[in-house]
Design a binder for this molecule. Structure first.
Ligand SMILES: [Zn+2]
Length: 66
């Protein structure tokens, strides 16, 4: 089961939970372990952000017009 990081919208607590694919596709939301709120948001960590920046090279370089 994949481990997902979530952040609570209410108190800002970050936590990680194991969520099965079927649960996630059904729109399941974990509860905050601190305040019990169900207003949690899935956050991507590390690798996802690095991969994204690598896919977006700077525009308007020296070779864009030739
Ligand atoms: Zn909370």
């Amino acid at each position: 089961m994949p481990l997902y990081a979530y952040v609570c919208e209410k108190c800002g607590t970050e936590f990680e939970v194991f969520v099965s694919m079927s649960k996630k596709e059904a729109g399941w939301q974990p509860q905050c372990p601190r305040c019990g709120s169900a207003e949690t948001r899935h956050v991507f960590k590390g690798a996802a952000l690095i991969g994204r920046s690598a896919e977006a090279p700077p525009r308007g370089g020296c070779c864009s017009r030739r």
